[in-house]
Structures are given as structure tokens and as C-alpha cells.
Design a protein around this ligand. Sequence first.
Ligand code: ADP
Length: 640
Amino acid sequence: MIGNYTIPPKTYFEIASLGYLLVLYLISFHDVTRNKIRSYKLFRNLEINMLLALIVSILTYTFAFPELGTPIPICTVLRTLDSILCVMASRVFAVYLFAYVDTDGRLKVLSAIGNIIFAVYLILMLLNLPLKFILWFTPEGAYMHGPLFVPIVFTAPVFYLTSGIVILITRMKSLGPRERVALSVASFVTLFGTIIQAATGGVILLSLPFGSVGIFVLYFSLETADYHQLLKNNEMLRIAEQDAIKANRAKSDFLASMSHEIRTPLNAILGMDELILLETEPGKEAGPSFTERIRGYAENIKDAGNVLLSVINDILDLTKIESGKMEIKPVSYSLQKLLKDVGAMVSIRAEQQGLNYVQKADPLIPDNLIGDELRIRQIMINLLGNALKYTDSGTVEMEIFMKDQTAGSLTLCICVRDTGIGIRTEDLPLIFGDFQRLDEERNHKVEGTGLGLSIVKRMTGLMNGEINVSSEYGKGSEFTAYIPQKIDTEAAKCADKTADKAKRDDEIAYQTPDCLYLVVDDNKMNLLVATRFLGRLGGQIETAKSGYEALEKMRETGYDLIFMDHMMPELDGIRTYEMSLNDPDNKNLNTPMIMMTANAISGVREEYLEKGFADYISKPVELNELLKTVKRLLPPDKIK
Ligand code: ADP
């Protein structure tokens, strides 16, 4: 009892539902983190709608009676609102259901029909206020239903719920077991309550209490934070699994391509070696042109060795770029000098192939630039190398120009053109990919890994530049790299340095008859190569096959230069060097020690120099580089 008003028993279920729905609302209230999830947002709408519908329904069945003194207009408004909120609740429920089931949005038409039905229903309910044909109160205060009451008030909710259930059944397969059970139970319970209420003409109020049971089921099975977290984790796991599968596939592809690329030159090397062994079998006669044949085999071995080296360098570059270890090291350099070097190298190859090589550079480009000279050289050589590889006759041309010049910077444009086989238009977007070798039937005789352009593209990217290609199949190609460079304003200083370097480069013809060298390496072949190379300088060469042997020798003899390998069993090169420094009997405390190693990862030079090595030479050793290094480190009076 509240004043004149008595709470009618038929609303008891509604009051109970209101109680637990409020608790549910409070539990889910602070969980704002999930407000972005669509189904959860719809769920919250459903909760609020159901709460409002329950409150209005309880108020209606308690107060909307004129005989209890409530004014007739208020009674009418309450009755109307009660009906509207009930219909809205079933509509929101259906929308929630659709969000779960209709992930591909194919049921938009059904949603649109739902909206139209709701609009028509609203219009009829509003028209009912003046026209009194659905529900109304007589002036005497009697509550009346027209014949249209049940069809109008219950058609919409029954339509929403049944269409939701039908869709649910047809899409059952796309749902997980938990969703299937929760959504089915919630829908059937809600529909059941609505049908009972409709069947009894509103005498038994079960639509909202049963709807609340549905909401309760939905919350604790699908909408709790734990379950959402579980779904999120599952999704993340699925993505991680796919990534892992992709990465694994990429690794397998990479290994397959690499093993093919490495095997090809290795086969040639082993094959040629086999021939040499056969020809030089003990007791076998040398025969005519023996030396030429052996030389021929040796040349083939050299070519294959170079291919192998370039494959390994490419892999190393690519791995460095991929692991983010390739650093761009800006240095001051002379563009003229760079172009001269590259030009000299390329024109020899072009001549051998009977091609014309043209090199043009805008004379207004400042000569002294700051940028990663090594990488720019690599880009030029790569593009020119391709141009030479894929051109049978005609001209290969490199044109250097600039754009966007300011006082301190410019964009260096490297354009490499050829009159070669060209690239098919459909292949153009692919050529910068890893291991992309195109037009294989035409190019099968051309050596290559399909890594060159991929590396060029990535290197240009690392230097904040870009590269374009245009080509006409059968006529030729044009690659243009745009690379921002700084202008070195301290030009004079730099010019001196460059001049010095140029002078050094030209001076590798010399002898060191009075020098004594020590070469330390655990590999016999490497010792042989190093002693042969050093042998060209005259002087004496001693070798040591381990760090300990080297330490012993250093105690016995004072050398002019020591070459040290890094990776050696027992005592590696760095440890040997450190131990030699602490050895009081060491006669070589002031002898320059050169690290000569196959470790060619970027940044290692600096690491070795920091440790105290006088210089660093990477294996396979280049004769000229070795000779230049030796000359630089020996005292001038030892050089003849
Ligand atoms: P590759 O080691 O095979 O030369 P690249 O990555 O350097 O690898 O080049 C990828 C592919 O692009 C080549 O296999 C070739 O089909 C095509 N290509 C590259 N440069 C040229 C060019 N100048 N003319 C014609 N085709 C080219």
C-alpha cells in the first residue's frame, strides 16, 4: 500500500525482475572498458531499456487507474509509454541478436523492415491518443482495449523475436557452442513470456520478467569481462599463430631459394675442382694445353666463387636491413671520385660485353656531399650491374642530376638507363620484391638471386629516398633513385682528405723485403691465401694455427705486422690480442695487429678498432685492400 495505491500481485514478477536487473546493471555499470565493443554497447542499451520498461510497467499497473484518483491523461500516457517501452525492448533485443549472428551485414533488409514496423507502430500509438482506437479510458474512468490492441501492440515484439530466432537458427553453425546456447535460451525465454502476455491479453505480465531472465543469461554467459577477455586473447592467439605460420613459410621459402642460389655456384666450384684433380692424377701425363685447361678451370672457380660471395653479401645485407641493423653512416665524400671509381669498374665490364657505357653528371652538383657513400656506391653498382646483365647490345648509361637544392642539402638523382631486354608492364610492380626473378625463360642464363633490387629499394628507403622504374619490354629500362644528401660546406678540408685517399689508392705497387709478418688463422686455406698475397711484397711470413701458438711466437720474435683471425677454437683472436698485451715477454707490444676475419656484419670494424686492433680486413681478402692496409701501417723506411 502506498496511500490509496496497492501494488497489484500481477506485478510481483516484474518487481523481482527489477531487483535483479538493478543488481546486474550495477555489476556491469563500471565496466566501461568494454563500451567500445558493439555487442556490449547493445547489451547495455537492452539493460537500460528493460529497466525503464519494468519501472513504467510497475508504475502503470499500480497508479494508472482513474478510480484511484490518477487523472485520466496521466493514466493514458502511462499505458501508452508502457506499451512503447515493451516494444522497444524487444526491438533492442533483436538488434543485439543480429549483431551476434549477422556478422556479414546480409540481414540489413530485415533490420530495415523492423525499423519500418516500429515507425508505423509509433505513429499508430500517437494517433491513438486523440482517436482512441487501440487503448483508452472512458470519461467514467474505465480502461478500454479496441479490437486492434493485440495485433498492434504484440505484432512488433513477436515479429522482432521470431525473426531473431529464425535467423539464429539459420546461422547457428557460425556461432560457438556457448553463443548458441546463450542466445537460444535468451530468445526463447523472452519470446515465451511475450506470447503468454499476448495470449492472456495482458492479464499475466510475463514479457518483461522473462526478458530480464534472458538478459541475465546473456550477461553471465556472453557479456562478462572474463569472457570478453577470453575472446580477445583467443583472437590475439589466432593472429599470432597466423603470423608464426607466415614467418615460418617465409623462412622456408628463404631457405629453399638460398640453398638453390648457393648450390649453383658451389656445384660449379666442386665440378671444376674435380676436373683439376682428375687432370693432375699422379702418373697421368699432362698432355698438350694442360696449363690452359687448368687455368680455365681456375677461372671458372673464381667466377663461381664471386657469385657465391655476392649471394652471401646480399643475404647479409638483407638480414641486416630486416633486423634493423643496417645503419646509414653519413660521411663526407667526393661525388666526382665516387663516379670515377664506379665508372672505371663498369666501363671495363661494359667493354668486355661489347656495350657502350656513358656516364653524365650535372656539373653544378656540389662535389663534396655528406651521405652514406658506401650504400650509394652499392646502389649505383647494383643498378648498373643489372643494366649490364640484362642488355645484349647498345648502351648502358648513368646520369646523375640533382633536385630540391638548398644551401645545405640536395636530392641526388641517379638514373640508370639501358637498351636491354626491358621488363613487362605486369612485372614492374613485382621487381623490388625478395627473390623476384622475372621472365625466367628469357633470363635463365643470367646469374642472379632476385635480391639486388629488393636491397636497393630498402637501402634507398633507409636513406629517406625512393626509387622508380619505367621500362618498355624489348627496348630497355630506366631506374631512378632519389636520395637526399647534405652538402659539405667544409669543402676544402674534405677535398684534401679525398686527394690524400686518391693518392693512397694509386700507390699499391711497392715491396717490403725487410719485413717480417705473422699470420694467425686456424684454417689452412686462409693461411695459404694470406701468405701468397703477402708473398708478393717480399719479406718473410710466419704462420700460427692457434692463439696459443701465436702467443709463443710473439714471445720469440718481434714482427712488423700481425694478421689475426677472430673465430678460432680454444683462444679466439680478441682474447689472444688481449693476452698478448698482458704478456711481459711479448716482443710485439708495439706491432700493429690487423683483424682479418669473415665477420662482415656492419659495425664490426668499429668494434675491432675500439678493442685496439690497428685495422680490419674482411674475408675473402682482396689483394688490393690488403696491400693498401699493409702500406699504411708499416713505417715508411720499410717500404721500397
Ligand atoms: P637479379 O639478381 O635476378 O638480377 P634483381 O633484384 O636485381 O635480381 O632484379 C630482379 C629482376 O628484375 C631480375 O631478375 C630481372 O628480371 C629484372 N630486372 C632488373 N633490372 C633489369 C634491367 N635493367 N632490365 C631488365 N630486367 C631487369
